[in-house]
Ligand binder design. Structure first.
Ligand SMILES: Nc1ncnc2c1ncn2[C@@H]1O[C@H](COP(=O)(O)OP(=O)(O)OP(=O)(O)O)[C@@H](O)[C@H]1O
Length: 240
């Protein structure tokens, strides 16, 4: 502030002699208002983060690690009509429902997005997202590329879209083969689909390479993306 605007009647004590609170009071009096302790910038609102990528790239593996270290993230549990795989837990990995139950959810408009993927339905329950956003959680959605494209149409730029990619096609195929969950037919479909899917990366906001043996780096990069998004001046605001 220029000297011209400062009321000349308020004396500011010498900086090397005055105690801190005396100095602060004098500065306030001199400026004509008390210093506010209110935050200068509002806390960022909840973020919706969409993580996608080809089958076998490591989406589940990455999400498992993210979950361990980020209690403020809510990982949306997708409803699916596919059969449960060994080790999977109902209500944690997916809500495993019958095709009939799934179609009832569709008719009741309870899903943000749904699709038929490799013969099975997968969909995102809306209410779960609303509940957790209301509690201040950031939301993580794990969807295939087709789902990410639909979500982009629905959510536009209000959500953050991250494409998870392997370092090479060869490594992606090795991972799918080593996982031992696919038949010969479904392997071929997934690989052919992955070749097409990589072309959609341009519709995403970020790409994260999940290189062999370097899952931790991919997790750190996703965490950094979330931090950066939280620090943006123009915040994304999602309404579900
Ligand atoms: N960085 C990595 N290095 C080595 N193996 C990995 C890495 N990331 C994931 N994997 C392994 O690759 C396999 C495929 O990963 P995952 O099941 O997480 O893929 P996904 O993208 O969720 O696949 P889908 O869409 O078919 O469910 C798993 O066996 C997983 O442990």
């Amino acid at each position: 502030m220029s000297d011209a605007r400062r009321p000349s009647t308020v004396p500011i004590p010498a900086l090397d002699k005055a105690d801190r609170s005396e100095l602060l009071r004098a500065l306030e009096a001199s400026l004509g208002s008390a210093f506010s302790s209110e935050p200068l910038w509002p806390a960022p609102g909840p973020l919706v983060i969409v993580i996608s990528g080809p089958s076998g790239v490591g989406k589940d593996a990455l999400i498992k690690k993210l979950r361990d270290c980020n209690p403020n993230l809510h990982f949306v549990v997708t409803a699916t009509s596919r059969a449960i795989r060994p080790g999977e837990v109902h209500g944690k990995d997916y809500y495993f429902v019958s095709k009939e139950e799934f179609l009832t959810m569709v008719h009741k408009d309870e899903l943000l997005e749904y699709a038929l993927v490799y013969g099975d339905y997968k969909g995102i329950p809306k209410q779960q997202i609303r509940d957790y956003m209301g509690k201040g959680y950031d939301i993580v959605l794990r969807v295939d590329i087709q789902g990410a494209q639909t979500l982009r149409r629905i959510l536009g730029d209000s959500a953050v879209f991250i494409f998870l990619m392997a370092e090479s096609e060869a490594k992606l195929v090795e991972r799918l083969v080593d996982r031992k969950t696919e038949t010969k037919e479904s392997l071929l479909v997934r690989i052919a689909t992955a070749r097409e899917e990589v072309k959609h990366v341009k519709n995403f906001d970020y790409v994260v390479v999940n290189a062999e043996g370097r899952l931790d780096n991919a997790v750190e990069l996703v965490e950094s993306i979330i931090d950066a998004e939280k620090a943006k001046v123009q915040q994304r605001r999602t309404v579900i």
